[in-house]
Design a protein around this ligand. Structure first.
Ligand SMILES: *Cc1c(COP(=O)(O)O)cnc(C)c1O
Length: 404
């Protein structure tokens, strides 16, 4: 009789978004006239800009002609895209990363979930709390996280690094040494980030204790402050301790077309074994390449027109972020994030729980957000609003919140 991977049964249900949907449905049934504004959305809403659409059209036509048809893409990505990534995202920032350290993929979720499999199950992971849930859940599936305590919402073998207003959302080095450290910067859900100097301290720490940093930079395009690093490789010594994961989803609106990449420097060597070689082996065995059409769209992101167009889109979302951030401040809320990320993180008023505030906002303002407790135990007492909606709705939602 076959047996299943029982680690999957340890996963607590992902109630967050289904619970939100249930509550919103129940409310609209009771109040069919209510004009609900959704600021909980974690997906882009602006259409893909013309430079990328044009590149895709052209690539589609190539696929229909025997002379220009493309079959399987190279496992690690086409050279035209890897070269563009290296030139714009790394060499232009003074980082010595080469094309054979770039692994093109179908997105940052796959990579951030899959990367753990090249490490021993004996490794202990550390995560910021709250954070994007994929890091912990993928390690649960692999059997690396121990036992779940439903009361504390914590795993016995995971090191949690609380990021709250008390420490200014800067994680502290844990008491026990982790082996794998996940950093998501700028952070989803708090919208906060570290300065380059603070990130350098993490790089030094990882090198000192022999840990590896998995650095998820999905929101790199939203960085507006000059003292924030756009890639971890701006920090000295990062090539010997960090893997970086990037995405075309939030900067160029590719959530529905799928494209990302992971950087595994050749300097990452553990007991004489190259992690770059391991990830190449894994990619070659389990992934058959991102589509040619989409990689051409990715290349167009780096063209002059593409850069100008995505800058405008990110600017649109960040204007929403500013509107939400300043509106909440004016209304007397304690607000964080929104400066280097499309997320606004607020402290719930009057010590309400995250879910109580969710109900309050839905009922009194007909605005939907995301309870902070859904992203980790230290998210309790906080609430996430996103800038991915329309400007009009961001303004209307804030007017309602101010009038509460
Ligand atoms: C949205 C998001 C991703 C997912 O990116 P895809 O490339 O669309 O898979 C990864 N990490 C974080 C932190 C995100 O918020």
């Amino acid at each position: 009789m076959y047996k299943i991977n029982t680690n999957y049964q340890k996963l607590p249900g992902s109630y967050l978004f289904s619970n939100i949907a249930k509550k919103v449905n129940a409310f609209t049934e009771a109040h069919p006239e209510a004009d609900i504004i959704r600021l909980g959305i974690g997906d882009v809403t602006q259409p893909i800009a013309p430079a990328m659409i044009e590149a895709m059209h052209k690539a589609v036509d190539e696929m229909g002609d025997a002379k220009t048809f493309h079959g399987y893409a190279p496992d690690l990505g086409y050279a035209f895209l890897r070269d563009a990534i290296v030139a714009h995202d790394y060499q232009a920032r003074g980082c010595d990363i080469s094309a054979d350290e770039i692994f093109v993929s179908d997105g940052a979720k796959s990579d951030s979930g899959n990367i753990q499999e090249i490490f021993s199950v004996d490794n202990r992971i550390a995560v910021c709390d709250p954070v994007y849930p994929v890091y912990v859940d993928s390690n649960v599936m692999a059997g690396r996280t121990g036992v779940y305590d439903a009361n504390t919402q914590m795993w016995s073998n995971v090191i949690y690094m609380p990021c709250t207003a008390e420490n200014n959302f800067v994680p502290e080095f844990p008491k026990e040494n982790p082996d794998i450290i996940y950093l998501c910067l700028p952070n989803n859900p708090t919208g906060t980030t570290l300065t380059k100097d603070q990130l350098q301290e993490w790089v030094d720490y990882a090198n000192r204790i022999g840990a590896i940093i998995i650095y998820d930079a999905a929101y790199e395009a939203y960085i507006s402050e000059s003292n924030v690093a756009h890639t971890i490789y701006e920090c000295q010594g990062a090539k010997t301790c960090a893997i970086e994961i990037r995405s075309f989803s939030k900067n160029a609106g590719f959530t529905g077309v799928r494209l990302g990449f992971t950087v595994v420097p050749k300097d990452l060597v553990c007991d004489g074994v190259s992690l770059n070689g391991m990830w190449a082996r894994r990619h070659g065995t389990k992934f058959n390449g991102a589509p040619y059409i989409i990689q051409r769209a990715g290349e167009a992101v780096y063209s002059d027109a593409g850069q100008a167009q995505i800058k405008e889109q990110v600017g649109y979302y960040m204007n929403n972020a500013k509107t939400i951030y300043t509106g909440l401040k004016d209304a007397g809320y304690e607000v964080y994030g929104g400066i280097n990320a499309p997320y606004i993180w607020l402290k719930t008023p009057d010590h309400m729980t995250s879910w109580d505030f969710f109900d309050f906002l839905l009922e009194k303002a007909n605005v939907v957000g995301t309870p902070g407790s859904g992203f980790g135990p230290s998210g309790e007492g906080y609430f996430r609003l996103t800038a991915f909606g329309s400007y009009e709705n961001s303004v209307r939602a804030l007017e309602r919140i101010k009038n509460l």
